[in-house]
Ligand binder design. Structure first.
Ligand code: PMP
Length: 423
């Protein structure tokens, strides 16, 4: 089937890696949720643009003007990719963590001057928990809802109980791939006068998303999870908070006028982008957005759904392997699957997959310690995640490798020394 093949070419898909027995195999990158390989189209665009760029925003030279135009056009594409409304602002950031910290400095006080509070769930990645907890108004964490329906009800009840400026919510869980129904969440929050910020780190690379269509107020995402290289990301959303909020970085470019005793900060996005910007990062992310947007509707979703289903049913057919779920009634998750091999150290399982089979997965607690603890995986689990470049062969290789692991066990503890595996 077409879903069994990669649906877009990515860089490095034929990279060979060493195994512990001295052989080499093609790397199976099943860790796309952590960082996805760059699209070939992104690499091509970067190569094309590198010779053209020069200082941005303030240079009078021809190439400075080209650079500025490239940067601003990229900003436009990065916002359009998530359905920015005409009045929305797109701030180019380093990644989702950066975007959420920036927004945390922009949550306004209530009408009576009380610092604005933020509501979050206990399923969040630390990037969507810690910035709110240390913001001026602080955060309330809703704990323990076992279904999507209960979660929505708990949000509704809490927003009715106390005023919140913002509900900050994961778009798709980086542990289970599960999603909440965004339209329902927005309806509940807006009814209570609360804005919604979606942590789109695991949503935007996997699903078409639109601020305009969903009514979501803010979305954050990361270039390195969206098939561009490390170093660029975005915060896109309502202008008023971003124009009035604390400038994220203090420095050149974020100001209108500086006198020694006072500063007039400029509006967003420049207000939050002091210093020379990451032009190539923005160009790369924009190229990724354009390439993903050029896929016909449903292609990406069908590819991932096919691989995810194959992965989950393969894993669940192996004795002792448990797939982690946060919500019993969640439907249609993205291609991120966390599992444990009962009684086995997740670090050893992941090292075995890499050293014996050339498969890259992630183990640990996935920067979501509270969720892992609540679900009974305080000592961690293993996560496999797919992307546009993933093939059925890679998924099948993981399932077969785990079957062998469960039958034969690991040969030893594995370590990489001088770029080779040792046991
Ligand atoms: N939120 C979620 C749901 C994530 O999966 C991640 C990355 N693991 C982040 C936020 C943080 O992204 P970044 O490291 O790119 O800032």
């Amino acid at each position: 089937t077409p879903e069994a093949q990669s649906c877009l070419p990515v860089v490095g898909s034929d990279t060979l890696v060493p195994l512990v027995d001295g052989r080499t195999v093609t790397y199976a990158n099943l860790d796309c949720a952590a960082s996805a390989p760059a699209l070939q189209a992104v690499a091509d665009r970067v190569t094309q643009v590198l010779p053209l760029y020069a200082s941005v925003h303030r240079g009078a030279g021809y190439l400075s003007q080209v650079s500025t135009a490239l940067y601003e056009a990229s900003r436009q594409t990065i916002g359009a990719f998530v359905g920015a409304r005409p009045d929305d602002v797109t701030v180019v950031t380093r990644n989702t963590t950066d975007s959420l910290n920036l927004l945390a400095g922009c949550v306004p006080a209530d009408a009576d001057g009380t610092p604005g509070r933020v509501l979050v769930l206990d399923v969040e990645h630390h990037a969507n928990l810690l910035p709110w907890q240390r913001s001026t108004g602080g955060a309330t964490v809703l704990h323990g809802a076992e279904t999507v329906a209960e979660t929505l009800e708990a949000i509704r009840a809490e927003l009715a109980r106390a005023p919140y400026a913002l509900l900050a919510l994961t778009g798709a869980s980086n542990v289970t791939g599960e999603l909440l129904p965004v339209a329902d969440v927005v309806a509940i929050a807006h009814e209570a006068g609360t804005r919604v910020a979606i942590d789109g780190a695991q949503l935007v690379p996997h699903r078409r998303f639109s601020l305009a269509e969903t009514g979501v107020d803010y979305i954050s995402y990361s270039g390195h999870k969206t098939y561009a290289p490390f170093g660029s990301g975005a915060l896109v959303g309502r202008r008023d908070w971003l124009d009035a909020g604390t400038p994220y970085l203090a420095g050149g470019g974020a100001v209108r006028q500086v006198d020694l005793d006072q500063v007039q900060w400029t509006n967003a996005p420049a207000r939050h982008e002091a210093g020379s910007p990451n032009v190539i990062g923005a160009v790369a992310l924009a190229a990724a957005c354009e390439t993903l947007a050029s896929l016909s509707a449903g292609t990406l979703e069908a590819h991932e759904a096919y691989l995810r289903e194959r992965l989950v049913s393969g894993l669940e057919s192996i004795p002792g392997v448990q797939v982690v779920r946060a919500w019993a009634d969640a439907s249609d998750p993205v291609g991120v699957v966390t599992f444990s091999v009962v009684g086995h150290d997740p670090g050893l399982v992941a090292a075995y997959l890499s050293a014996e089979h050339g498969i890259g997965v992630r183990d640990g607690r996935f920067c979501a310690h509270p969720l892992l603890a609540r679900l009974g995986y305080a000592s961690g689990a293993v996560r496999a995640s797919v992307g546009v470049g993933t093939t059925q062969e890679e998924v099948d290789r993981l399932v077969a490798a785990l079957e062998t692991y469960v039958t034969d066990g690991p040969t030893a503890r594995y370590e990489i020394v001088d770029a080779c595996w040792t046991v």
